[in-house]
Ligand binder design. Structure first.
Ligand code: HEM
Length: 281
């Protein structure tokens, strides 16, 4: 009996493998969500502008930026959003180890581009919010404002550590830079996931300054940053308990991202992409 049981070896997962697999699942789901976001930006803002159909952008853009009467603010608005499509298409590729190993030059130049666009996104975003006044409310803009202030700090350290060849620290700050630059993307995922889970608004307001809106605007980058830190801690730790706990946190993060990608994709981005294509062709 003992021999039979030994032969029927049940496939076992180590905590380390479980953690790695969950992170891989998150990358796949996030990649789908990032490309949907890129498709949205390209079809609502880039293609109509290139084809001279600005009326289409005006009809599909949810915010105030595209409707501005100031030429300077319109220019800054487009300088803010168009690089976002490029970052959404290629930013996540920086986190894939195989690409880093096999295409080091791509990693280097793609990383530089991500940092430059990330910095310009943060500065133009802060200007659009507080200079041009494209905000629905002061209170509701605090989360994204802190997000915009943290982006240059994380990018500065990611840059400094790679110049000083401190690879481990670079990796850590680069991941935080990635999370922060994508805070506005996560906010859309979290908000839409919140609507789906609550079957509608719950603590939300039209001006995006309800208690749930404010909590989600901070959680959109603070929660993934916390999960990333827990994963780094688990990778350094020898303890299986710590690794399993990190795997559980990573799984919760992956579930939230999956619901968010599904919700934002089906409720926010895909319908607008379809309308843009109907209007263009
Ligand atoms: C660097 C990362 C960022 C990216 C990738 C990004 C991306 C975008 C995108 C795609 C839009 C168009 C919105 C839509 O059509 O749904 C947008 C609009 C906007 N973003 Fe950002 N953003 C970033 C950072 C920020 C920050 C840090 C702030 C504020 C501090 C900000 C403020 C704004 C404002 C005010 C608008 C215009 C909203 C409107 O039209 O009413 N962004 N951003």
């Amino acid at each position: 009996m003992q021999v039979l049981l030994e032969k029927m070896s049940v496939p076992s997962f180590s905590a380390e493998q479980a953690l790695n697999n969950i992170v891989k699942c998150w990358v796949v789901v996030a990649l789908i969500g990032q490309w949907l976001f890129a498709a949205y930006i390209l079809s609502v803002y880039a293609f109509p502008t290139l084809l001279g159909n600005t009326a289409l952008t005006l009809s599909l853009s949810p915010g105030q930026g595209a409707k501005s009467e100031s030429a300077t603010d319109t220019l800054i608005f487009f300088a803010h959003i168009l690089p976002a499509a490029i970052m959404a298409m290629s930013g996540l590729l920086q986190l894939i180890p195989n690409i880093r190993r096999n295409y080091p030059k791509f990693h280097k130049y793609n990383g530089r581009m991500f940092f430059i666009f990330g910095l310009s996104g943060a500065f133009t975003g802060l200007y659009l919010t507080w200079g041009a006044g494209f905000r629905f409310s002061d209170l509701g803009s605090l989360g994204v404002t802190l997000n915009g202030l943290l982006i240059p700090i994380a990018i500065y350290f990611a840059w400094k550590t790679i110049i000083n060849k401190k690879l481990k620290s670079h990796q850590r700050f680069a991941i935080h830079s990635f999370i922060l630059v994508n805070g506005v993307w996560s906010f859309r995922l979290y908000l839409m996931a919140w609507f789906v889970l609550n079957q509608g608004a719950n603590g939300n307001s039209r001006n995006i300054d309800g208690p749930a809106d404010i909590a989600l605007s901070f959680a959109s980058y603070l929660l993934p940053m916390l999960i990333a830190e827990i994963i780094f801690w688990a990778k350094r730790s020898e303890s299986n308990k710590v690794k399993w706990s990190a795997a559980s946190f990573a799984a919760i993060g992956t579930i939230i991202t999956t619901i968010g990608v599904f919700a934002a994709g089906t409720m926010m981005w895909f319908p607008r992409v379809m309308k843009a294509f109907e209007g263009l062709f």
